[in-house]
Ligand binder design. Structure first.
Ligand code: NAP
Length: 351
């Protein structure tokens, strides 16, 4: 049986995730009772932007001998150590891709640094300790380029993570995320665990959070542009539009994370990003979004609003050396696909 069938058919019940077997009369079949594969991958944060990207990517593959389990917070609140252990008991993963986190945009981070620090630290602590206790063969956890030092030379590379304090705006999130690297190394050193980390740049794609207050820049701009088109108003971008960012399409990142899980064996982090030459301004992103929506009104920059870090250019030299043939989706294509998804799923998406 193609084990990805399970991944595609998984559904939630009040008792947590269950998997539908196409030939079973009782659709609520526990994952462990129907999984025959040796490799069982638990994806924490499996219902979010990146998790959905991974689900799409592995759903397109055949006969990998892997069984995939995508867990959201309804399957266990990972801030709670008991709930985290119960999830591991249920899934008994051989591999874990750890994405679950309290995630938010600049303005949300600025207001809630304490919550971003505490909740992410709790989640990461529980997932790592369970991964050790359940003898997980490989744990891949995710950090972010926005946690690098504020004052730094560019391009950023993997060796610079702890060489100075992060930007004040998201210090809670950043320090909690940096501890993933510290603790992965400590688990490797003390217990011989195969824990590694990846560092993506800004991610966007289908299933993002399009909420105007809490979302990241791209989904926020898409929602604003849609409203501006609908209401015949200006498309107002917060800030000057000049900051530069490297954006990665969620399914590209998903492919690279799966590649890391299968092929990258080092506790040193690896930056997963498009090249430095692909860096683009927020203004360019906004123009591309306006084009994808066929928005004909005015594009306005509200310079009274904060810009955040001007740039945080990251080097993908290590990735290019280890995986030289990987081809990224262009920003125009990725934005256009995401706008289409947002329009088609407006009623049900996070917003
Ligand atoms: N988005 C970016 O631009 C970006 C950039 C760099 C790094 N990252 C990192 O990438 C990872 C995935 O981000 P994303 O953009 O996919 O986030 P997202 O769409 O907001 O998804 C977050 C995921 O975490 C789960 N989650 C949150 N709190 C939880 C809790 N207390 N217990 C269990 N699960 C919980 C959510 O579950 P429910 O939805 O079911 O509640 C959801 O599946 C995060 O670690 C983030 O820090 C993101």
């Amino acid at each position: 049986m193609n084990l990805h069938t399970y991944a595609k058919l998984h559904t939630h019940s009040k008792r947590g995730i269950v998997k539908k077997h196409p030939h079973d009369h009782d659709p609520k079949v526990n994952l462990r009772t129907c999984t025959m594969s040796k490799t069982v991958v638990l994806v924490t944060g499996g219902t979010g932007l990146v998790g959905k990207g991974i689900e799409a990517v592995v759903g397109r593959e055949n006969n990998t001998g892997e069984s995939w389990f995508f867990a959201g917070s309804k399957d266990g609140d990972l801030r709670d150590g008991v709930a985290c252990r119960a999830l591991f008991e249920r899934v008994k993963p051989t591999h874990v891709i750890h994405l679950a986190a309290k995630v938010g945009g600049l303005y949300n981070n600025m207001k809630h640094n304490v919550q971003f620090y505490r909740e992410n630290t709790q989640i990461n602590d529980h997932v790592m300790e369970c991964s050790k206790d359940f003898k997980v063969q490989k744990l891949v956890s995710i950090m972010s380029t926005c946690i690098f030092p504020n004052k730094i030379t560019y391009p950023i590379d993997e060796t610079m993570l702890h060489k100075g304090p992060p930007h004040d705006s998201n210090s809670g999130y950043s320090y909690a995320k940096r501890m993933i690297d510290v603790m992965s190394r400590a688990y490797n050193q003390q217990y011989g665990c195969n824990f590694t980390t990846v560092i993506p740049t800004n991610i966007y794609g289908p299933h993002d959070n399009f909420n105007l207050q809490e979302g990241h820049v791209i989904p926020g701009l898409m929602h604003k542009c849609m409203l501006a088109k609908k209401n015949g108003t200006d498309f107002v971008v917060w800030g000057s539009g000049t900051p530069l960012r490297q954006f990665i399409y969620s399914e590209d990142l998903a492919e690279l994370i799966v590649w890391v899980m299968r092929s990258y064996d080092s506790c040193d982090p690896i930056i997963l990003s498009v090249g430095e030459e692909e860096e683009c301004s927020i203004a360019d992103v906004a123009r591309n979004i306006a084009k994808a929506f066929d928005f004909k009104g005015n594009l306005v920059f509200d310079t009274d609003k904060a810009d955040g870090q001007f740039k945080k250019t990251a080097s993908n030299a290590k990735l290019k050396k280890l995986n030289p043939s990987y081809k990224f989706t262009t920003i125009e294509e990725g934005l256009s696909k995401t706008v289409k998804w947002f329009e088609n799923n407006f009623d049900t998406c996070r917003k």
